[in-house]
Design a protein around this ligand. Structure first.
Ligand SMILES: [Zn+2]
Length: 276
């Protein structure tokens, strides 16, 4: 049964279909004529393809541009995470229901993933058991074999080391930061590194981690280290060249500072890169 668009009652289920077609037509029209829209965040006028489509919005597009959306999600990563956790805590039934729905909907997919995961895990365990057995049966031969393999496959080893190092630095940014605080200050003072990091600094990577956490401002976390830096309150260049390195790098002289100036939750923070 066909109905004329103009006379459709809004309770008619087809109404939404017509509306969708209408909105799609407007989008098409806007794209063709390169129409622009002002972003509610950056206030720049941009062509409509720079905005995501939002059919529930009055004009059919999200009010802010794609770039601002990406930036805001990046900046509020922690907040979004917190909000989601809070929502899950306050709405356990809703979450349970939606999880159940998604499980039913993706039953076959989940089954396949589960099987693949179990097979992968079993293979991994088998392989590691075999490796261990081979090692314990003949440790000397095994270490020789490993040495030879490293020597014969330098490119492969380089690549593997790179992946391993990246994995390590991603999960232990505080250890990397702890080493680099010492290294860069020694470089700036023109001194060689003589001794272990923990002896030279007098505190552990974990001490540094906790000290920074105690001074974090809104939005900082060890996940976004790199956006903020460890800053020397009294600069390294202001110290006498013979000052002990543990005084230059004393925890009381270190603080976290954003790299570039910014406003977080309405508070202005000067970035240490902007200080020159
Ligand atoms: Zn924008």
């Amino acid at each position: 049964m066909k109905k004329n668009f103009i006379f459709v009652h809004y309770k008619d289920t087809n109404f939404f279909l017509y509306m969708q077609v209408f909105i799609d037509f407007i989008h098409y029209f806007c794209y063709i004529y390169n129409m622009e829209k002002i972003c509610s965040k950056c206030k720049h006028s941009k062509i409509l393809s720079e905005f995501y489509i939002d059919k529930s919005a009055k004009c059919g597009f999200v009010s802010f541009c794609k770039e601002c959306g990406v930036n805001s999600r990046k900046q509020n990563k922690e907040k979004i995470k917190e909000r989601n956790i809070k929502y899950a805590k306050n709405n356990p039934q809703t979450i349970k229901l939606s999880q159940k729905k998604s499980r039913v909907k993706n039953k076959e997919k989940l089954k396949k993933y589960g099987k693949e995961y179990r097979e992968k895990l079993e293979n991994k365990i088998k392989k590691s058991k075999a490796n261990k057995k081979r090692y314990y049966e003949n440790p000397k031969k095994e270490s020789e074999r490993k040495k030879k393999y490293r020597k014969d496959n330098p490119e492969k080893i380089k690549e593997l080391d790179k992946i391993k190092n990246k994995k390590f630095s991603n999960s232990n940014p505080h250890i990397i930061a702890w080493r680099s605080v010492l290294k860069s200050s020694l470089n700036r003072l023109g001194k060689p590194k003589e001794g272990h990091t923990i002896e030279l600094l007098g505190y552990s990577a974990l001490d540094l981690k906790n000290h920074m956490i105690s001074l974090f401002t809104d939005g900082m976390s060890w996940d976004n280290h790199g956006e903020w830096h460890i800053d020397h309150i009294k600069r390294v260049s202001e110290f006498d060249k013979d000052t002990a390195i543990d005084i230059v790098n004393a925890l009381s002289n270190l603080r976290p500072l954003w790299g570039t100036s910014r406003i977080v939750s309405g508070v202005f923070y000067e970035g240490n890169l902007n200080r020159g």
